[in-house]
Design a protein around this ligand. Sequence first.
Ligand code: COI
Length: 357
Amino acid sequence: MPINTHNIHVEKAETSKITGVDFSKLDFGRVFTDHMFVCDYEDGKWQTPKITPYQAMTFEPSARVFHYGQAVFEGMKAYKDEDGKVFLFRPKQNFDRINKSAGRLAMPAFPENYFFEGLEALLKLDQEWIKTGVGNSLYIRPFVIATEPAISASPASMYRFMIICSPAQSYYNAAVRVLIADHYSRSANGGVGAAKAAGNYAAQFYPTSLAQQKGFQQVVWTDADTHSFLEEAGTMNVFFRVNDKLITAPTSDRILDGITRKSIIQLAEDLGITCEVRQVTVEEIKKAAKEGSLKEVFGAGTAAVISPISAFQHHDDLFEIPGVGAEDSYAKLFKKSLLDIQHNLADDVHDWRYEVK
Ligand code: COI
């Protein structure tokens, strides 16, 4: 029977699907929890949000999202400690970023109280889906789409904000091999590269599939003008370790302001590791690889956490990176530091954990 909590109308699922899920064998993003959060924007305002059983939705074929791609999303995770407490990691950053992405696509901002009340109510209902143990998490996908049935090329007047959740383990099962972009581009100055816009991901699929045919899992994007500066990998920001120093590209309107990225920059400072945030040229990384000073390359993102990169290719030059898997690797160090904070196993000096009570 429907119940009301605060501003949210809650309709609980009659039965749970959880017993049919093998939590030891999860493919990323294929299984979803029992409930979802939904809030519509109509008549110039967000309507009363609701939580319903996870289910299919119907939209008119003319819904603007299908034609002009007005769609933005976020990626977050919830973790459960050994006492059963549930935590989010820096959720305000995701809230701010989805509204920034929405603004760039001429979509309305979502209210902070709805976001947090909705998310917390959803996580409480589906808390059995969050498994304890480092490496387990619940991936949370907030997103907004334009639902207005009209196909003139202009911003919609109707939207749907939703949150769905999927139990997750690792995104990449092994170290990743990457191809450095020298023709296609992910973003351009003044474009939408910094927004988590659905279309940014769709636009990468074709060049990434070409890279996959050559044996690489991902493309590391370069600046569209010259293809000489390393930017990000689409699902991850990228860090380079040259000797004992880390280097990563600065964020801009071409690069996603990753929350894992900024957490690593802070953790590096805490650990006394120099991290230079500056433009990184393809040539300097190739030179470092040739000289043997390139010790590691790794990607950082919510889904991917920290994923070592074992090789990169630029034009016809292929480089295998030696430090992958080493006990003293920075990728291992940062991954452990981050996961320990996220799972309530380490002090949280920066106040990054957010307990769902
Ligand atoms: C995330 O890390 O949450 C992302 O958005 C990557 C996603 C495309 C799987």
